[in-house]
Write a protein that binds this ligand. Sequence first.
Ligand code: ZN
Ligand code: ZN
Length: 271
Amino acid sequence: MIIGDYHTHTTYCDGKNTPEEMLLAAIEKGLKYYGFSSHAHLKYDESWNMSHASQEEYIKEVLALKEKYKDKITVLLGCEYDLLSDNDLSKFSYVIGSCHSIIKDGKYLSVDHSEQTFNECVKIAYDGDYYAFVKDYYELIATAAQREEFTFIGHFDLISKFNYGYKYFDEDDQRYEMPMYRALDRLVKAGKTFELNTKLALSDKRTEPLPSTAKWLDALSECGGNIIINSDAHTTSRITDGFDEAKAFASKYGFNSSLILTPNGFEEINF
Ligand SMILES: [Zn+2]
Ligand SMILES: [Zn+2]
């Protein structure tokens, strides 16, 4: 049984469906909890996230839907905050701490916008050195350890999104593994929960799960860390997509439970 999905988008950011359409689909799927997590404002590229004004509209609409459907589902109001975001977080009941971009020598570089942009960033800002980009990415996401407002870490290994088949860099190389494990260690020590993002690890035209996710799942399980499974759905059809595969995948690395989020905080649920 799937209980909750907390990483989801709507037309308030880069999602394709309205909040009500998403919520009705979640009810249809029988979820007990549904979390809205529109992208928080990012001044460097405003094309895929909420403005400060639309954030207020978003909060109003989600709270109205929470009330309207309270007999059918429990709604949680959240947002997906980028480490370079600048919005007020005081009204959210949970916050996903994610890293989609970094600033290098004053230049804004997107990690996940498109494969072409990703390569241009490495060429322009790192003289083609993918490992230097990897190191800066993991150093930035490690700073989430100091952010108490982050409820969990979103798609920890997003930097590997376009590297399937080790197309651009070798993830078994120390230059990949060391920065990743250092970031994981800092986040675990700060008590952070990690998201197993089904869109990144299992979908996106993948025939096999993302290798980098297998690496960190293994390391996280070794040190007794926790995961939360989310879809990162941008359309109604993708809500809870890949959850069964995610449980089977996590089980291979020693997990037999994941966390769900309730209005009173995390609860552990066995697979
Ligand atoms: Zn994201
Ligand atoms: Zn997202």
